[in-house]
Ligand binder design. Structure first.
Ligand code: HEM
Length: 201
């Protein structure tokens, strides 16, 4: 009798669609099997306390942006020519940067007034020089990821406050603290005008 294919024996034909049955999925929910249940966090890390700092008027992120976007501010607000002069005269600096011709470097920095962050390859600064300039609010150099910055002009713009930076000023490299509070902050862009050079041992 013609069954129109309805009673066809399919025992030996392979299905062309494969289903993953729930039993084969290796998913475990800690307290309930409901798919809407959010797994409980087992992290033992203490959450960071966010203390809000009141910045002085004129020291917002936008103010910093407009200040740093104006190239005329470079040698008046961020880097002093006297500081460059002192660096160029320092025998340790001269030794570490012997690849540069001293007269050419002097000309680029003091006459053409090329910003330090545009000098390629970057100037090499040893730790003793960094320490010498890592003093207080008026002169605060620091190292972040082996890059030397003069953050004196940024201090009052720091949303985390001045104190925390001053407290950690003697750290060899601030990267651990930096990452602990705000790994997402693009410090290279923010501090471009504060860049001095790279650390050499
Ligand atoms: C010198 C380079 C640094 C730059 C450019 C910088 C920049 C910033 C920025 C942009 C914020 C606001 C972040 C946000 O609201 O998402 C911030 C907040 C903060 N920063 Fe920094 N920071 C620097 C270094 C540090 C260091 C070394 C520390 C700790 C030792 C620190 C501690 C903090 C704290 C506690 C806050 C407040 C975080 C909060 O609101 O939860 N910062 N910083």
């Amino acid at each position: 009798m013609n069954t129109g294919g309805m009673n066809r024996d399919v025992s030996d034909s392979k299905p062309n669609v494969r289903f993953i049955t729930p039993q084969r999925l290796n998913v475990t929910h800690p307290t309930t099997s409901s798919p809407l249940h959010m797994p409980v966090s087992r992290s033992t890390r203490k959450p960071l306390v966010r203390t809000k700092i009141r910045l002085d008027p004129g020291h917002s992120a936008l103010d910093w942006h407009s200040l740093t976007s104006n190239p005329e501010n470079y040698y008046t607000k961020f880097v002093s020519l006297q500081l460059i002069q002192d660096l160029l005269d320092d025998p340790a600096f001269q030794r570490d940067n012997c690849k540069f011709s001293p007269t050419q470097l002097r000309n680029q920095l003091l006459v053409q007034k090329i910003p330090l962050y545009k000098i390629m390859p970057p100037l090499r600064i040893n730790r003793a020089i960094v320490k010498k300039h890592c003093k207080d609010e008026d002169e605060l150099w620091c190292v972040i990821n082996n890059k030397v910055y003069d953050i004196s002009s940024y201090l009052k713009f720091h949303p985390g406050g001045t104190d925390i930076l001053l407290r950690h000023r003697n750290s060899d490299d601030l990267i651990t603290y930096f990452n602990r509070y705000h790994q997402w902050v693009n410090y290279e862009k923010l501090l471009q005008v504060c860049f001095i050079g790279i650390v050499c041992e």
